[in-house]
Design a protein around this ligand. Sequence first.
Ligand SMILES: Nc1nc2c(ncn2[C@@H]2O[C@H](COP(=O)(O)OP(=O)(O)OP(=O)(O)O)[C@@H](O)[C@H]2O)c(=O)[nH]1
Ligand SMILES: [Mg+2]
Length: 243
Amino acid sequence: QVELPRLYGMGREMEQIRGGIGLRGPGERKTEVMKRHIKEKIRTLRKKIQEIKKNRIIQLKSRDNVFNVSIVGYTNSGKSTLMNVLTKAGVLTENKLFSTLDTKTKKIFLNGVYMTITDTVGFIEDLPHQLVESFYSTLEVVKKSNLLIHVVDISSKFVEEKISVVNQVLKEIFSSDNMEMPMTLYVFNKIDQVDDISKIDKFLNLYPDSIPISARYRINIDSLKKKLEEMAKEYYGVASEIG
Ligand SMILES: Nc1nc2c(ncn2[C@@H]2O[C@H](COP(=O)(O)OP(=O)(O)OP(=O)(O)O)[C@@H](O)[C@H]2O)c(=O)[nH]1
Ligand SMILES: [Mg+2]
């Protein structure tokens, strides 16, 4: 290997000489060896460049395939409060209906696992006309989700009714476009306001894999984060197998 630069130099010299006075001689064979060597080098470099390009495409692809999570649910259930807990987004939260009038998306890493979280406009039966406009952005985001976190105010008197209103709206959103519903993770919020533990038990049994939390008092948020991390990992695993 040490000889190669010397060979290279010699080759060039010989070529110059040859070009100048038309000499043919022992230098020519060495030049051929050198040329072959350079060609091989170029070939391996090309291969490397191709490999780098390929990797870059895979990276871009996986960026397009980000795990998108949308927080949906009945109005005033605590969606924005949960958004703030998960992302520190600083979204306005208020004890009134429709305090959120636009979607907000934040990127987060949970234990190094990348995903986006979007806070959406609250669902309600017979959406008021003024809100239809602001609901469009929610529809668009919801349709691009890989996971819906359905936030339910478990302290409400009408838990079941609110869940079914939200599910009805979701059904309409997806069936009108002939789209399949993404996975849904039920999160029962405001457990701090429930005195009757059996009520919580009842809903956890009705909705297996659901998670009870208090967004306001940060109760059981770690379980939710763990679950999101697992689901995102599963999603990326599947995605990289396919494409
Ligand atoms: N006690 C209790 N209150 C909560 C909890 N989470 C949210 N809240 C309160 O519930 C109210 C509504 O919270 P938001 O986060 O604004 O609810 P939202 O679902 O975003 O509401 P909209 O955007 O209007 O649909 C606020 O007063 C919150 O402080 C909780 O875990 N426990
Ligand atoms: Mg809100």
